[in-house]
Write a protein that binds this ligand. Structure first.
Ligand code: NAP
Length: 346
């Protein structure tokens, strides 16, 4: 199969770097176009991307000249790691001009005509694309992936839908890489916990119900989610403690078994970025931990541990996922892989 050419909007950022790194070793996609702000345009990628990954900058991208985010210039398929302050306007213009935009940004996530996709959970939400094109007059399309905490929560809850979830209380411990670069000042975060992340609680509470919902997410899942979000001095990996109440209370073993055996389209189709299995249930008493577990499944698996009875709700557990991989670039690449496998990418 010939490689599919792709580009990256916001290629210099924390998420953009994950795109560049993962696309350099992708079996289907070839990254041939990098774009960012006026600050970076016309300069070699390596001189404007403050590279923070432990793997080297891919040779094919290091010297590539960064271009402006102008629609019509790059490949048809573009991944977006754009800052939310500009993503709405730029991604909309790209979709209008015929590009397929596979985005991380929040701007279009709650649009009723835009799939908020986690391929293991709601691959059928891609059916919105036909109506999206007709209603918005776009010759291209936009598909989004969830907020980096929401994706961990939604993945852990998806196998539990069979027990009719009614209420969820979640408290996060979120890594600094989730705030982009340079992100939270060191004097604010070192040796500290910051109990506020702007807009994050609202995103977790609304996006989760769209993802688990039906009719492309237009009928939200019928449950209530209450989120507390906190920034902690961890480099990568969002950890969260979750308590869940059900209509039909399952046993703890039934919850673990549902999580262990959970799989979806990516696993069935053996998509290149699909973790096998997508949820790892760790039985050790003090796991998951970001430093030890964040890279499971090449950063694409969610780890769940300490599944036990809750004396207020019914069950509680800890969940962890890699925020810039499963919560951002890796998720978007998996979305594009599913779209390619289903014939909606080209
Ligand atoms: P970041 O490190 O601040 O990177 C932002 C990117 O946007 C940079 O490439 C920047 O280019 C570009 N940009 C800024 N202003 C621009 C403009 N006016 N025109 C064109 N490009 C512009 O942020 P990030 O953490 O990678 O996050 C990127 C997006 O992904 C955000 O929407 C964020 O909410 C979302 N997200 C992030 C995470 C995470 O864990 N970090 C997870 C999920 C989703 P320059 O370098 O040229 O300024």
């Amino acid at each position: 199969m010939d490689a599919i050419e792709v580009g990256v909007l916001g290629a210099t950022g924390v998420v953009g770097q994950q795109f560049v790194s993962r696309l350099a070793r992708h079996p289907w996609f070839r990254c041939t176009w990098l774009a960012a702000s006026e600050r970076s345009v016309g300069k070699p990628y390596k001189s404007v991307a403050p590279w923070k990954l432990t793997t080297p900058i891919p040779g094919g991208s290091a010297g590539r000249i960064v271009e402006a985010c102008v629609p019509g210039k790059g490949p048809k398929v573009v991944f977006s790691g754009l800052d939310a302050s500009v993503a709405g306007e730029i991604e909309g213009a790209f979709a209008k001009a015929g590009h397929i935009v596979v985005s991380n940004a929040r701007n279009f996530r709650m649009d009723p005509l835009v799939p908020l996709l986690i391929p293991e959970i709601n691959a059928d939400h891609l059916k919105l694309l036909g109506e999206q094109r007709r209603s918005k007059g776009w010759s291209g399309a936009i598909v989004t992936n969830p907020n980096c905490s929401t994706i961990v929560l939604a993945m852990a809850l998806a196998p539990l839908r069979q027990f009719n979830i009614r209420g969820v209380v979640v408290s996060t411990m979120q890594a600094v890489s989730g705030a982009g670069y340079p992100g939270v000042p060191s004097l604010d975060i070192l040796g500290n916990v910051v109990p506020f992340i702007s807009g994050e609680e609202e995103k977790m509470e609304s996006e989760t119900l769209k993802i688990l919902g039906t009719d492309g997410g237009r009928v939200p899942y019928s449950a209530v989610v209450s989120a507390h979000t906190n920034r902690v001095p961890v480099f990568d990996g969002h950890t969260m403690t979750v308590s869940v109440a059900f209509e039909n209370k399952p046993s703890i073993e039934a919850i673990k078994e549902a999580m262990r055996t959970f799989a979806g389209k990516p696993q069935e189709l053996w998509l290149p970025s699909a973790p096998q299995p997508p949820i790892v249930v760790n039985e050790e008493e003090n796991r998951p931990q970001p430093r030890l577990d964040v890279n499971l499944g090449d950063g694409m698996a969610i780890t769940v541990g300490r599944v036990r009875e809750c004396r207020v709700m019914h069950a509680k557990f800890v969940a962890l996922g890699h925020n810039t991989v499963r919560g951002a670039a890796g998720a978007a690449i998996l979305n594009a892989e599913l779209m390619h496998a289903e014939g909606t990418l080209q």
